[in-house]
Design a protein around this ligand. Structure first.
Ligand code: GDP
Length: 444
């Protein structure tokens, strides 16, 4: 099951329960059963699913709950927390520091998306003010250096490699030494990734590790690996002892749950996920926002981060969210930005409620919907835009005026205001945690 489908099934399992009139043992068990089978169909390790089932059951004891307890909220929170635990290894990932050299080495099987992810990561850091570069230590595969060179040139990232030297240890040592002298902040070493049965691959990885002494080793896992993820990641962990995982191709039709299970198998955090072939198809991963997004609850922190990386004008909204405020103008600016940010379907998940609201519509129809929302806000007065939208509740005729002015219906204006209300509530909560969210979970 693809991650998006998993998200839908988990969300509907929880909402079936929270929308039903009686929350009894039977309904609760049915929800747990549905959650577990969705996870298993997504290739999440069976043992992990069994543990999750046990934890949810023991955290919510319906028989012993007092009458004052909000059962639905408790169940919702427990499911959320347990899913977060599933992807949270409770291990902080490495954060590179400016003003010193940080060497990052990539390992993983051939075809997993190593070279692509190396360049994406270098670009990620470059966009955040780090001086980043790439070293190609894959002397085994013909064309590996060319591929890295091509990617690096496109992203304007300095690189090092050799067409003639056959010793990967020497190439990586030379490359890292050269870039250290040139005072690069981040040196990323791409290694070869032949089949895991080959003992030499692991021996080579360890030799390169000794030569370049990486501050961080990252293992790249293809999302489609399925149940083999556990064995493979353990094998790599034993020899290369990586400290972080990048999961690639999460945009594909792969289940993804197997790769997620690698976190628990190796107690190692996922730091980024690859969401496409393009350089920018790369998202920072943190357990809470990931689950929040999976369950259609949005990821405002991720959205703000993504917008920042694109260097779009975001100052006021950022300041507002930090203060727990969210005006109608903030919503307008956000939607305007989203339209500049590429495929809508990808961005919608980051905004609480928007993915549900957009329903099953495709990108084209979704873009049209967003445009109409923006027309609506463009028909508001400056005062209305800078308000918390209460004036529309006090004076509903304002909605009629805005609908007429924008050529839309009052119903659509109401939808925009509902969307705004949801985001304002979220901003209030996020406001407090904003500093943590931005720092937390990721590499930078
Ligand atoms: P390597 O052999 O591990 O270095 O793998 P490559 O970086 O050459 O990637 C193998 C293939 O996967 C290439 O065609 C990449 O474009 C593709 N790829 C890498 N990451 C992603 C991703 O996140 N999504 C998609 N759809 N394709 C990816």
């Amino acid at each position: 099951m693809v991650l998006a489908d998993l998200g839908k099934r988990l969300t509907s399992a929880v909402s079936n329960l929270t929308h039903s009139n009686v929350v009894d043992e039977k309904a609760f068990d049915a929800m747990i059963k549905e959650i577990c089978s969705a996870l298993i169909e997504s290739d999440v390790n069976v043992k992990l699913v069994a543990n999750l089932r046990k934890s949810i059951k023991s955290a919510v004891n319906l028989k012993e709950l007092g009458p004052g307890v909000n059962r639905k909220r408790l169940i919702q929170k427990t499911v959320f927390d347990e899913l977060v635990k599933l992807v949270d290894p409770h291990n902080e990932p490495f954060k590179p520091k400016k003003g010193r050299t940080n060497v990052i080495m990539f390992v993983g099987l051939q075809g997993s998306g190593k070279t692509t992810s190396c360049t994406k990561l270098a670009r990620y850091y470059q966009a955040r003010g780090f001086k980043a570069c790439l070293v190609c230590a894959d002397t085994f595969r013909a064309g590996a250096f060319d591929q890295l060179k091509q990617n690096a040139t496109k992203a304007k990232i300095p690189y090092y490699g050799s067409y003639t030297e056959t010793d990967p240890v020497k190439v990586s040592r030379d490359g890292v030494e050269k870039f250290k002298k040139e005072r690069f902040d981040i040196i990323i070493v791409d290694t070869s990734g032949r089949h895991q049965q080959e003992k030499e691959l692991f021996a080579e990885m360890m030799q390169i590790q000794q030569a370049v002494k990486p501050d961080q080793t990252i293992m790249v896992l293809d999302a489609s690996i399925g149940q083999a993820a556990e064995a493979q990641s353990k094998a790599f962990k034993e020899s290369a002892d990586f400290g972080a995982i990048i999961i690639t191709k999460t945009d594909g039709h792969a289940a993804g749950g197997g790769a997620i299970s690698a976190v628990a198998a190796t107690r190692t955090p996922i730091v980024f996920i690859g969401t496409g072939e393009h350089m920018l198809d790369f998202e920072r991963f943190a357990p809470q926002p990931f689950i929040s997004k999976l369950l259609g609850m949005g990821d405002l922190g991720g959205l703000v981060e993504h917008v920042q990386s694109l260097k779009l004008d975001q100052k006021d909204t950022m300041k507002h969210i930090q203060e727990g405020i969210f005006t109608v103008r903030d919503l307008r600016d956000q939607l305007g930005n989203i339209m500049k940010m590429g495929p809508l379907s990808k961005m919608a998940g980051m905004i609480p409620g928007l993915s549900q609201m957009m329903g099953e519509v495709g990108d084209e129809e979704g873009t049209m919907k967003l445009k109409r929302m923006i027309y609506i806000m463009d028909s508001m007065t400056e005062k209305e835009l800078d308000s918390d939208a209460k004036c529309f509740v006090d004076q509903p005729t304002r909605m009629t005026r805005v609908a007429r002015g924008s050529g839309t219906s009052v119903r659509e204006v109401e939808d925009v205001l509902t969307q705004h209300r949801m985001m304002a509530q979220m901003a209030k909560k996020v406001g407090k945690n904003m500093a943590n969210l931005q720092k937390g979970g990721g590499l930078a």
